[in-house]
Design a protein around this ligand. Structure first.
Ligand code: ME8
Length: 515
């Protein structure tokens, strides 16, 4: 990654429900990218937040007999206190009820209107409240959803809407957007989602109703206050508000976003409506939109009615935060669906973290303590087996960088794990206990040095995934506490930084086995 700005976002989460595993997942993924970007020397802006407006939130508040604002305040508190517990290092947290956001959304509206992209008409079709999504009769007929009047996405009942509405000329951008997606193969990922978006656009874009008059919980249309701006226009604009819109100069320091991380449920809003809005407003498009897959729990969709949504607090009461972070990104390829099972989590922790990584740390520092009282001596000569280890470490650093540029978290972790296994093989093959017994002191120094220096570089690559655990491991390796925020790969990511006489601590277990 070159030294420049790096802007990463999560969706802003609805406040009609409490945070669950799915919200944790996207936010942890974004956190890994943000932390890695900072370590790579980039000027990172990591944004998350909450989506507080819309009919769905208004209804949820009504069901609880409180105002939408009171509901939003309660749920925001949950998110705000959860993120530090998950070691989320966001730079900004946006609320769509904030004054800065209202100003930004209304400025966006004026800009679209001035560009001729908005007109007034009457909306007479169908609306899905849970998805906050419009469906025309034509779309429902196309997909054989006309008979049952159910949302093609979430299969819940649609509402009939007939009201005066402003429209956004979405149809005007169909060809431009198609061409853009064809010309920019990295714009939407993974490829399966890109194809889905292409198919959707090819089926024809209809103008989009973007205001409602039948409820009040939202941002009013400028100069026509009886109309409330469609919640998705409101929500998507958050990505511009946070970096400073409508102050365009300030905003452009970070905009366009390097990557919007989202779940596959909200792909169409991000990969169709949002780019068209930006095109109409004459603003640059985000560089990439990555729609990840869906977690189920023991094979079932998480839902309020089933009461099976996994709550972060329950998971954190049982498992270490870094083990959770690791598991979520290691277990399934980002982009694919996956099932959360505690058995799988325990298995991964006990094999890859305790047996492999924990063991490599423990045996390396134990031998260093036993044979050298914790003091390192760099190699005077290297053998092929040593050079192979160093070459593998350097290749791993390149591979991890490439994987993270593609948001392939599982690949990055698999690659690091392969190196950990290499480290353990290196111990077996060199048999340091025999070197000690046979008085091969120089060779013993060389082997111990390669192990500890290799571990140091492994830990650095793992910091974005498991910051607290890696701080603990690096503390033992460096012999003193490390400031993770100060770590830059360019200055400490090279081989051979530990110098003669460097003192490590005696090992203490970092990944206790579970169960
Ligand atoms: O859609 N598996 O908010 P939301 C994986 N406010 N990820 C999941 C998940 C699951 N089972 N469930 C939720 C909204 N997610 C809008 C977004 S953005 C301008 C507005 C994650 O609270 C995933 O990131 O319904 C998904 O896209 C998001 O939560 C939806 O959160």
């Amino acid at each position: 990654m070159a030294s420049s700005s790096y802007y990463v976002t999560t969706p802003i989460y609805y406040v009609n429900d409490q945070p669950h595993l799915g919200h944790m997942y996207t936010t942890i993924a974004a956190d890994v990218l943000a932390r890695y970007g900072r370590m790579a020397g980039r000027d990172v802006f990591f944004l998350t937040g909450v989506d507080e407006h819309g009919q769905k939130v208004q209804q949820a508040a009504k069901d609880r007999n409180i105002t939408p604002m009171a509901l939003a305040d309660q749920v925001v508190e949950r998110y705000a206190s959860l993120w530090p517990e998950l070691s989320i290092s966001h730079d900004d947290f946006i609320r769509t009820t904030s004054a800065r956001h209202k100003e930004s959304v209304q400025a966006m509206w004026r800009r679209l209107r001035a560009a001729g992209a908005i007109y007034k008409g009457v909306y007479e079709d169908w609306y899905c409240v849970p998805c906050e999504s419009y469906w025309t009769k034509i779309q429902l007929k196309d997909g054989n959803h006309w008979e049952d009047k159910q949302c093609p996405d979430c299969k819940r009942n649609l509402e009939r809407v007939q009201e005066e509405s402003y429209f956004f000329r979405l149809s005007a951008w169909q060809d431009t957007l198609l061409k853009y997606i064809h010309d920019n193969p990295d714009f939407i990922a993974p490829a399966s989602r890109r194809n889905e978006v292409l198919r959707f656009i090819e089926s024809g874009l209809h103008d989009l109703s973007i205001s409602r008059t039948t409820f009040s919980w939202g941002i009013p249309v400028p100069d026509d206050e009886g109309h409330i701006i469609y919640v998705w226009i409101d929500a998507l604009s958050n990505y511009l508000t946070a970096p400073g819109f409508p102050d365009e100069q300030r905003c452009m320091h970070y905009w366009p976003a390097d990557v919007h991380l989202i779940g596959k449920d909200i792909l169409r809003f991000h990969a169709v409506y949002w780019p068209c809005m930006l095109l109409a407003a004459g603003l640059p498009l985000p560089k990439r939109i990555f729609a990840h897959g869906w977690w189920t729990v023991n094979g079932k969709k998480m839902s309020k009615s089933l009461g099976n949504a996994l709550r972060p607090a329950d998971l954190l009461a049982k498992y270490d935060v870094d083990v959770l972070r690791y598991f979520l990104l290691r277990e399934i390829p980002f982009g694919q669906d996956g099932d959360f099972s505690e058995d799988a989590l325990v298995r991964r922790c006990n094999t890859e973290l305790s047996n492999d990584l924990g063991n490599l740390l423990n045996r390396s520092l134990s031998m260093l303590k036993k044979y050298r009282d914790g003091i390192l001596t760099p190699a005077s000569t290297e053998e092929a087996i040593d050079r192979a280890l160093i070459a593998d470490i350097e290749a791993m650093q390149r591979d991890v960088d490439a994987a993270l540029q593609q948001q392939a978290f599982h690949q990055a972790l698999e690659r690091i794990n392969a190196l950990v296994r290499h480290g353990n093989r290196y111990v077996q093959e060199n048999e340091p206990w025999l070197l000690a017994k046979n008085n091969k002191q120089q060779r013993l120094d060389t082997v111990l040095y390669h192990l500890v220096e290799g571990l140091r570089l492994i830990c650095i690559q793992l910091i974005p995934f498991m910051p607290t655990k890696m701080a603990a491991m690096l503390h033992q390796i460096m012999g003193k506490p490390v400031d993770l925020n100060a770590i830059r790969i360019a200055s400490i990511g090279g081989w051979g930084l530990l110098s003669k006489g460097h003192q490590c601590l005696a090992p203490s277990p970092v990944f206790p086995r579970i169960g």
